[in-house]
Design a protein around this ligand. Structure first.
Ligand SMILES: [Zn+2]
Length: 240
């Protein structure tokens, strides 16, 4: 037994040292060692994050994106995205640096915002916007699913990652304007196990919302299964 404990301790020690190699315990943005939650940002950088407060505001900019395009319920994004900002850094780490902690932190922020806002009192399931299988394999995960996991850590709602899936690449998605893309929505996403979401309140989750084309396509696809409502949450919002 003693030997077992000894081995377990040694393994833990090496594992920590190994993880430290890849995840040095410093602030991603300024390099400070004064790090907080998930060891991503120091309190100083965290305090500089540009929160939108959209979740609490009716008819906010994200709500407006869906007007006339998708019968979406309350929607929001937690942070403003700007170039060369801490928000851009967090999203870059999430998408291209396999930094799961950045994703969980952003997910937590969405979760806290949802908890605070009374507009979001009916959510049965979190639905991550899917990425293609090949992207998921390269990245190691779907970033929207990671955001959902971060949300669920602070606002426990079940995640349904298997209902909505992304179809293989079509040549219709680039260099098309929003209207043209709207006509091709059924090509982007597919549905399975639709009975799980029938008459349920869904919260679609994505990392960033700009024109809303992806969210609109995913939302339209989900509507085929007749859910009670589709709401939308993103980590960041940016003007198109
Ligand atoms: Zn910092």
């Amino acid at each position: 037994m003693k030997l077992f404990k000894y081995i377990a301790l040694r393994v833990k020690k090496y594992l920590n040292a190994f993880l430290h190699l890849f995840y040095p315990k410093i602030c991603l943005h300024c390099g400070s060692t004064d790090i907080i939650k998930f060891q991503v940002l120091c309190p100083n950088c965290h305090a500089q994050l540009p929160f939108t407060d959209f979740f609490e505001i009716e008819n906010n900019n994200v709500d407006k994106i869906f007007w006339g395009r998708l019968a979406a319920g309350p929607s929001g994004a937690v942070l403003f995205f700007t170039k060369n900002s801490i928000v851009q850094l967090l999203l870059f780490e999430l998408k291209y640096k396999q930094n799961k902690r950045a994703g969980l932190l952003l997910g937590n922020m969405i979760g806290w915002a949802l908890k605070k806002a009374s507009r979001f009192n009916k959510i049965d399931f979190l639905i991550p916007i899917p990425v293609r299988k090949i992207t998921e394999r390269t990245r190691g995960y779907n970033q929207s699913l990671l955001l959902c996991e971060g949300i669920a850590q602070v606002f426990p709602i079940p995640i349904l990652p298997t209902v909505l899936f992304k179809n293989k690449k079509t040549n219709t998605q680039t260099r098309k304007d929003r209207i043209e893309r709207g006509h091709n929505t059924t090509l982007l996403f597919g549905l399975k196990n639709t009975d799980q979401i029938y008459n349920k309140h869904l919260l679609l989750v994505d990392d960033i919302i700009t024109t809303g084309a992806t969210a609109e396509s995913a939302g339209r696809c989900l509507l085929q299964a007749k859910p009670a409502s589709i709401q939308f949450a993103a980590a960041a919002y940016t003007l198109s």
